[in-house]
Ligand binder design. Structure first.
Ligand SMILES: [Fe+2]
Ligand SMILES: [Fe+2]
Length: 169
């Protein structure tokens, strides 16, 4: 069941509105260098994902949230289509689960976008928080395998990843 569908059953409009009036500004989703997978295209897209989620988390009223939600939807379409294409073109063997998970997120985004005005902001904010929780697991379980496969497919070797050592200059 897609996320927005689950939320629909657990949040009445009145409760969703109540939440929207008492919720403190949502926390941000920090970028972590551990998200880097060594593929320039995928890494750049993942930075955009974090920025798009943060924009939704930072929106404090309905109109600005709607703009950020639309921007995230456009990002997600491109992000997932890009990875789906890379899997298809390279003959990646573990594509089905990965593609299915992308599809589930896109379905949820679209469900949130068509919610009535009075519910979309509150439910959408919860959805953005859920995306922030979902992303690290998806990256580790699926995107990392794809990035490694793309290097192996192209060169026969494993990708090189350069990250900063925290606390050093
Ligand atoms: Fe990704
Ligand atoms: Fe992915």
């Amino acid at each position: 069941m897609a996320y927005a569908t689950k939320v629909r059953y657990s949040l009445t409009p009145a409760f969703a509105y109540f939440l929207s009036t008492i919720m403190t500004p949502a926390s941000t989703m920090p970028w972590l260098d551990t998200y880097l997978l060594g593929n320039t295209l995928i890494d750049a897209t993942h930075r955009e994902f974090v920025e798009a989620v943060n924009a939704m988390l930072a929106a404090t009223e309905r109109a600005s949230f709607d703009i950020c939600l639309d921007a995230f939807a456009a990002h997600a379409q491109r992000h997932f289509a890009e990875e789906d294409r890379l899997m298809a073109e390279s003959g990646y063997g573990n594509a089905k689960c990965h593609v299915d998970e992308h599809h589930a997120v896109l379905t949820s985004v679209n469900e949130v976008r068509v919610l009535p005005d009075e519910r979309r902001f509150a439910v959408g904010r919860r959805f953005a928080e859920e995306l922030a929780r979902w992303f690290p697991g998806h990256l580790d379980a699926m995107d990392r395998g794809l990035a490694d496969w793309l290097v192996q497919h192209a060169t026969g070797g494993a990708p090189l990843k350069f990250t900063r050592a925290l606390g050093r200059r």
